[in-house]
Design a protein around this ligand. Structure first.
Ligand SMILES: Nc1ncnc2c1ncn2[C@@H]1O[C@H](COP(=O)(O)OP(=O)(O)OP(=O)(O)O)[C@@H](O)[C@H]1O
Length: 278
C-alpha cells in the first residue's frame, strides 16, 4: 500500500497535508499519535471513504475505495458497528449476507471467523451481554468475513484492560503471520512494541514511518514513547541521535529536522511502478 502527497481538508481546516508512506504486505503497522492528530481521517482515506484534496492512495494495486477492494479491505471503526441485541452468530450471518454471501459459503465464513477471533463459546450470546474485549472481537470477526488482505483498525483496543489487549494483539499477530496486512491506530504508545512498523503522527504531521528498531536507533531512545517525545521536541531530554538519518538509510523530510520518513525522494515518479510490483 502506498500513500503519496495526501492532503485532506474538512470544512476550511487542513487536517493534514503532503502525507506519504508505504505499508509492506504481511506486516503489522501501528499508526500512533495523540487524540485529534488525524489518525481516523488517515485510515478513512486508506479505506477510501474520505475525500482528499490532493495526493494518491494505492491499495493492493488499486486506488483506495475501488470496487475491486470491497472484500479485500476490512475496516474496524472506532464506534461499535455490530447490533447489540443480536447474538454473535446473528450479527455474522447478517453482515455476511450484506456482503453477498449465500448458502454454505456464508456458513463457512461465519464458522471460520468465529474460530479466528476465539468466540466459539459465546456464539449464541447477545452481543450486549459480552465484555468489552469480546465485543471488539465481534467487530473484528465482521471485518474478517470477506477474508481481507488488508485489515484497517481504528483504536481496536481502546478502553480495554491490559490482559484483554494482549489477547487481541495475539489475534492480530496470528492474522499477520497468515499473510494479512494490518494497519492499526492507537494512542497508547506501548502498543508500538507489538508492531513491525510505525507511523508516528502529531498535529496532522507524519513524524516517522519506519521500523521500530530504526526509530530507536535514529533517536537514541530506548522506548517508542521517548522517541516520540524526542521527535516532537529534539532539544529536550533524550541524547543526540545515535546516527544521522542518511546513515540509517532514511531520507529526512525537509521540515522539521527531526522528521523521519522513509519515502524516497523520487517516490512520485516510482509510485505506481512500486505498487504494481507488489
Ligand atoms: N467534520 C469535521 N470538520 C472539521 N474538523 C474535523 C471534522 N472531523 C474531524 N475533525 C478534526 O480533525 C482532526 C483529526 O480528527 P481525527 O478523528 O482524524 O483524529 P484522531 O487522531 O483519530 O483522534 P482520536 O484518537 O481522538 O480518535 C481533529 O482535530 C478533529 O477535531
Amino acid at each position: 500500500m502506498n500513500v503519496y502527497g495526501l492532503r485532506v481538508a474538512l470544512g476550511n481546516r487542513v487536517i493534514f497535508d503532503d502525507i506519504s508512506f508505504t505499508v509492506p504486505r504481511g506486516s503489522i503497522v501501528g499508526l500512533l499519535g495523540p487524540s485529534g492528530c488525524g489518525k481516523t481521517t488517515l485510515l478513512r482515506s486508506v479505506v477510501g471513504i474520505q475525500r482528499s484534496t490532493a495526493g494518491h492512495v494505492q491499495v493492493l494495486g488499486h486506488p483506495a475505495g475501488s470496487p475491486a477492494l470491497s472484500s479485500r479491505v476490512g475496516y474496524v471503526t472506532q464506534a461499535p458497528s455490530v447490533y447489540a441485541d443480536l447474538t454473535v452468530l446473528e450479527n455474522l450471518r447478517y453482515f455476511s449476507a450484506a456482503l453477498g454471501m449465500r448458502g454454505w459459503r456464508r456458513e463457512d465464513a461465519v464458522v471460520r471467523v468465529v474460530k479466528e477471533v476465539d468466540l466459539a463459546e459465546y456464539a449464541d450470546q447477545p452481543v450486549a451481554r459480552l465484555s468489552g474485549g469480546q465485543y471488539s472481537r465481534v467487530s473484528l470477526a465482521v471485518a474478517l468475513l470477506g477474508t481481507p488482505d488488508l485489515l484497517v483498525m481504528d483504536e481496536p483496543t481502546v478502553g480495554l484492560d491490559p490482559l484483554v489487549r494482549r489477547e487481541l494483539w495475539s489475534v492480530f499477530r496470528r492474522l499477520a503471520d497468515e499473510g494479512t496486512t494490518l494497519l492499526v491506530s492507537s494512542h497508547v504508545m506501548d502498543e508500538a512494541d507489538r508492531c513491525d512498523r510505525l507511523l508516528l503522527m502529531r498535529g496532522g504531521q507524519l513524524l516517522a514511518s519506519c521500523d521500530r528498531g530504526e526509530l530507536l536507533a535514529h533517536t537514541g531512545c530506548d522506548s517508542v514513547e521517548s522517541a516520540f517525545m524526542r521527535l516532537v521536541n529534539p532539544s529536550q531530554g533524550a541524547p543526540a541521535p545515535a546516527r544521522p538519518p542518511v546513515a540509517a538509510g532514511l531520507v529526512p523530510a525537509p521540515s522539521p529536522s527531526s522528521v523521519l520518513v522513509d519515502v524516497p525522494a523520487d517516490a512520485h515518479a516510482s509510485f505506481f511502478a512500486q505498487e504494481s510490483a507488489r
